[in-house]
Design a protein around this ligand. Structure first.
Ligand code: 9WN
Length: 451
């Protein structure tokens, strides 16, 4: 399938990078970057790691500041929270008062944060920073950051892997990063108000983005109910592992963890530490994803529901993330490539921008709604790295083409309607405009030589 629009020439690519940098400048808050100008007015964890990957290409001091600011919110048990509220004002819900993290002895006293985590992209960002800027200042920075990233990974292996399988579980859809993925529907359906009481609350996101593009009220009730439960349990991980009804082992989260352990082992060598523990974590997680999360019936990786002890459905883009983690054998990677290039993700006649976040042929596909169909630049970037890693150059080039065309045509939106032409279905930017990781990862993509 031939790409339809020629990519920008070198000069135009430079102009795109300048536009991307302007987005990051606009969202820079004197020490960290908010994900979006109004919708997300604080510091988010995996966003900041993606942002640092982009800023490392042109402003390493900013990438260092970004990661340092984020780790100021790290908990004493190693957890890196998904939001750090440097400025407690702002009208994001749930804000710092709702989280009540003082209920945990582990939460920092001087920085306000959320009480859940996010995918561990940070070692990957730290390594990228060194690769882009291998000077003494960066090396010193990494020496200080290294033990903090290790503490975060250790937390994942000690507190989020109760059966010591080598797989971290997430206990909130927000922790997965793919909040309202249809994969979570079956779990969330069990969590009515009788099971999971919901306190009174008011969403703020719908003041800024159309409801058709955001999670439903029913989903939000579950999100808020799960936060309320964690608060009631004082954010105690042992109690949460026993009682939290949302507990899933996700292939995207664990593939990122796998790749992050590889990066951590490299960082260990750079800063003169023992890479053994990171290598051991990498091997454990790789084997566990391979053995437990591979779904032979659908030839893709799927999440595992710890509460019901069973696999969740296929159909999410997350199922291909093990390519990024270097998890499958070359042979199984080729099988995954076949699934990824099937019409549901790759289109039939060039009608789709690659890659929709959910199988277009799946019953739950919704081309406007958040993680249920639209294309996201971060999942494209992860897959691009994975395809490149396995030598699938043709598919990697197609993905790179679509990432560039999307932002060139529609700007640095949070997500995009997956259709090329409006006659076929929703096309164009969705969610927030001027979204930081869309800009940052484009900068990274255009700063790399094409393989
Ligand atoms: C909840 C910040 C975050 C991303 C997530 C994305 C969205 C938040 C929200 O925005 O989630 O954390 O309020 O919807 O789903 O991946 O990190 O950009």
């Amino acid at each position: 399938m031939a790409p339809e629009t020629p990519l920008p020439e070198a000069g135009a690519a430079q102009a795109l990078v300048r536009r991307a940098r302007a987005v990051l400048d606009g969202n820079w808050c004197d020490g960290y970057t908010k994900p979006a100008p109004r919708l997300y007015p604080h510091q988010w964890s995996w966003d900041s790691a993606f942002i640092a990957i982009g800023s490392a290409a042109y402003a390493p001091s900013r990438a260092r500041a970004e990661l340092a600011a984020l780790f100021r919110g790290q908990w004493a048990n190693g957890m890196l929270p998904h939001i750090v509220f440097h400025d407690p004002s702002g009208d994001y819900f749930p804000g710092p008062d709702f989280w009540e993290t003082h209920r945990s002895a582990h939460a920092p006293r001087d920085v306000r944060t959320s009480g859940i985590t996010n995918p561990p992209v940070h070692a990957i960002a730290a390594l990228k920073l060194y690769q882009r800027d291998p000077d003494e200042q960066t090396a010193n920075f990494l020496r200080a950051l290294f033990p903090k990233i290790c503490a975060f990974h250790r937390y994942l292996y000690e507190q989020r892997d109760p059966e010591r399988e080598g797989l971290a579980y997430v206990r909130h859809p927000w922790e997965s990063g793919l909040d309202n993925s249809p994969v979570w529907d079956a779990v969330l359906a069990r969590l009515g108000p009788d099971v999971l009481p919901v306190p009174a609350y008011r969403r703020r996101d719908l003041d800024l983005v159309a409801a058709a593009q955001r999670p439903t009220a029913r989903d939000y009730d579950r999100y808020v109910g799960l936060v309320a439960l964690a608060k009631r349990l004082g954010y105690d991980e042992t109690a949460l592992a026993r009682e939290c009804p949302f507990a899933v082992q996700d292939p995207l989260f664990n593939s990122i963890l796998c790749r992050a352990n590889e990066a951590l082992a490299e960082l260990a060598e750079l800063v003169g530490q023992d890479p053994g523990e990171a290598r051991e974590w990498y091997a454990q997680t790789r084997t566990a994803v391979e053995e437990k999360l591979w779904d032979p019936a659908h030839s893709v990786y799927v999440a595992y529901d710890l509460a019901e002890r069973g696999r969740l459905v296929a159909g999410s883009i997350a199922g291909f993330a093990p390519l990024f983690g270097g998890i499958p054998s070359q042979e199984r990677a080729a099988t995954l490539r076949t699934g990824l290039t099937a019409p549901g993700f790759w289109g039939r006649r060039g009608e789709l921008y690659r890659v929709p976040s959910y199988d277009r042929e799946g019953a739950a596909f919704d081309p406007r709604k958040y993680w249920r169909g639209p294309v996201w630049i971060n999942t494209d970037w992860l897959l691009y790295q994975g395809l490149t890693r396995y030598g699938f150059a043709e598919q990697a080039a197609a993905l790179r083409h679509d990432m560039v065309e999307l932002v060139d045509r529609f700007g640095f939106s949070e997500y995009f309607g997956p259709f090329r032409r409006s006659e076929e279905g929703p096309t164009g930017g969705l969610g927030s405009p001027d979204f930081s990781w869309s800009a940052a990862l484009l900068i990274d993509l255009l700063s790399e030589p094409v393989e």
